[in-house]
Structure formats: C-alpha cells, structure tokens
Design a protein around this ligand. Structure first.
Ligand code: GMT
Length: 385
C-alpha cells in the first residue's frame, strides 16, 4: 500500500459543524500530501477560504421536471465514479449519514463490479442529528441502520453519540461497532486575541445554525433574566429557521440594541475572542463544535449538559453546565461568568489549555489516518458474494 492515499470526502456544504469538520479534515490530509477530493453540491465555506490543494467536485445533478427536487446525492455518486475510474480512490469518507453514506456505499458497489481497480472502502462519520433526529425518524431508520452496518468503519464524534447509535441501530444480527473520534479545532486560527479594555460592557456570544435544537429564543430569555438592569450585550452569529422567532423574543423582552444579530460570518476568532462567555443552550448536542472553537479562543462556556457536551466542557473548570430544563439555573450560570471577569478569564485560560491537550488537529487527524489504513488492510468481501 502506498504511503500516500487517495481520499474522497463527502459533506454538507454548510456553516454547520459536520461541514466544518469534513472540510478541515480534507485540508489537513491534503497538507500531509494525500490526494484529497471533496464532493458536495456547493463549495463548503471553510474550503472556499483556504489555499490548500483539495480538489473540489461540485455535483448538483441535472434538474428535470420529473424530479420534485434535484437528486444531488446521485450526482455525487457519479462524480465519485468518474474520479475513481480516472485515478483511483482508496477511501470514501462520508460525513453525516444521510445522504452521503448512501452515495459512498453505492459508489463502492459500482466500483466492485469493475475488476480494473480495487473498490474504495467506506468510512462513515456520524455527527449527531443524522442519528438523533433525521436517522431515527421511521422514514429513514431502516436505511440508516443499513448504512452503518455496511460501512467498512463507522465513527461518532462523541461517546454519547456512539452509545446512542449502538442502542438504536446495532440491534440486528450484523454487529456494528462505532469508534469514537472526537472533533478537533485549528488552535492556530482559533487563538486568543487581544481583549478589549476593562471598561467594555460584559459580552456573551452564541454561534449556531439557528435550528430548533439550539433553542436560541430560550437562550435570549435566559440572557435577559441574567442581565436585568445592566448594559451587558449578547452577540448572535449565524442564521437559520429560528432567527425570526429569536428576533421577536428579543424585541418582546425590550432588549433593544443589547442583542445583535450578525448573520453568518467567517471571522469567528475575531468575534469569539472579545467575549466574556460563550452560550450554548441546545436541547440536544452530540458534541458542540462552536463551543470548542470558543474555548480555543480562550472563552469559557455556559452550556446545557446534553449529549456529548460534558465530554467537551469540564464543569467548573473550563465552563459551567446546567440542566437543559432549568432556565433559571442557566441564567444564574451566565451571570456568574458575565459579571466576574477574573473568574471568566481564569476559566478561559483553562479552556484554551484543555483544547490544546485534547482537541488539537494533529492527533485527531492521525486517528482518522490510522483508521483508513486499518480498513484498507482488512480483506473485504464484495456485497453479494
Ligand atoms: O446541528 C445540526 O443540525 C447538524 C450537525 C451539523 O452538520 O452541523 O451538527 C452536529 O455535528 C457537529 C459536528 O460534529 C456537532 O458539533 C454538533 O454538536 C452536532 N449537532 C447536534 O448534535 C445538534
């Protein structure tokens, strides 16, 4: 086996965490000299802003009146087969089970029918809602189960997600083992930057895709409770379905210019670093990559203790955790850090140190590389034999 691999990465082209991790992984693997191809229906933002030699394949498919929507997942399968025929792919790494593991497993089956080259192996990384919401829905659950058991390896971004997946999807006769590989962050880009002077008003920040699970209106209510009669401000970065509800909540609470909606931004380290605290109030969260990015910038986190969040944030050391159903406690935690700058800064320093020790890019990318090599070393029986 050659030292350098040819790797296809499949992901959603969004600001969401799975697209970020897939893009950052593709960039790191390319920097290590592997031939990396990224397949998606648009260029993911993290890739668009990088100079690394990842080959991008935008596969949107042909719109046709028979289709209610254009099946870009099939176009991705076709793009993969073209690249495999031309130069050979060793690994297909699908991020977020649906639809990417479908595209990857279909491409592997098609490649197995061609005796010219060994077919690529499929690694599927589960990110959270692909299991907890989308994949568990009866409309997709049987397919999700098949995708996990048919991948050459399946990983999850936290212990919590791995256990959930095994509980719900590893029930049949075919055993499935989910390996945990935590997410990582570029600690050189996400690094503490100069804090503003002591006279600045206390500031909280939140970054997300404003999906219902993030509970942004709930977070604004908690912030309002924590900051009555103060000038403290809340900066909200990102966009999504709950944005108008969130704006209305802020308006109804009379928060005025104390809450600012910045929309989707790439300048995250610059926006995170000046904050006193990062807030994450999700009802479920398999990992919480946005919190990790804040911690890497030296910002402590107040978060709900759901899913994999306690694996990322050490309660009382790098942030404060609170039960998901207790808004008053969450608000109290926010106040504790927002109005005690010394404590917040000490926790922020501890957060940065913990990120460097446990979540830096190099060792995590090593784990993925080792996994690729171990699935390539195994003998594989093609489907149907
Ligand atoms: O948040 C989502 O709806 C989807 C998903 C994504 O594509 O961003 O987020 C998940 O993957 C991230 C990267 O692994 C994790 O950091 C997030 O915790 C996880 N979101 C949820 O579990 C809600």
């Amino acid at each position: 086996m050659s030292d350098k691999l040819s790797i296809g990465v499949l992901c959603h082209p969004t600001y969401g965490g799975s697209g970020v991790i897939a893009s950052e992984l593709a960039l790191s693997l390319a920097e290590r000299g592997h031939a990396v191809h990224l397949f998606s229906h648009q260029v993911p933002p993290r890739l668009a802003h990088s100079g690394a030699l990842v080959q991008m394949h935008v596969s949107q498919g042909l719109p046709y009146p028979l289709f209610t929507s254009t099946p870009h997942d099939l176009a991705i399968t076709s793009s993969i087969l073209r690249v495999h025929r031309d130069e050979g792919l060793d690994i297909l790494h699908a991020h977020y089970a649906l639809p990417h593991a479908v595209s990857a497993i279909l491409a592997r089956s098609a490649a197995e029918a061609d005796p010219g080259r060994p077919a690529p192996r499929v690694v599927t990384t589960l990110h959270g809602t692909d299991i907890t919401i989308v994949g568990s829905d009866p409309s997709y659950a049987p397919l999700t189960q098949y995708l996990i058991s048919s991948s050459d390896a399946a990983t999850a971004v936290s212990e919590s997600l791995a256990r959930d997946t095994e509980r719900h999807f590893c029930l049949g006769t075919k055993p499935c083992r989910i390996e945990v590989i935590h997410n990582f962050v570029d600690t050189e880009r996400f690094t503490p930057q100069a804090k503003p002077s002591k006279s600045t008003v206390p500031r909280a920040v939140h970054v997300s895709n404003f999906r219902p699970v993030k509970r942004v209106p709930w977070l604004i209510e908690a912030f309002a409770k924590a900051t009555v009669g103060t000038h403290a401000e809340l900066v909200l970065v990102g966009d999504g379905p709950a944005r108008s509800d969130a704006c209305e909540t802020a308006r109804n609470l009379g928060l005025g210019t104390r809450v600012r909606f910045l929309g989707e931004r790439d300048a995250l380290p610059e926006l995170l670093s000046p904050a006193d605290v990062f807030l994450l109030s999700s009802s479920e969260e398999s990992f919480g990559l946005s919190a990790l990015e804040a911690m890497s910038c030296g910002v402590p986190v107040v978060a709900t203790a759901v899913g994999g969040v306690p694996e990322v944030i050490r309660d009382g050391e790098t942030g404060l955790l609170s039960p998901a159903d207790d808004q008053d406690q969450f608000a109290a935690r926010v106040g504790e850090l927002l109005f005690d700058r010394e404590r917040a800064r000490a926790m922020g320093r501890a957060a940065r140190a913990d990120v460097l020790a446990r979540f830096a890019t190099g060792p995590v990318v090593d784990r993925y590389e080792q996994l690729y090599r171990s699935v390539l070393a195994r003998t594989r029986k093609p489907c149907g034999t």
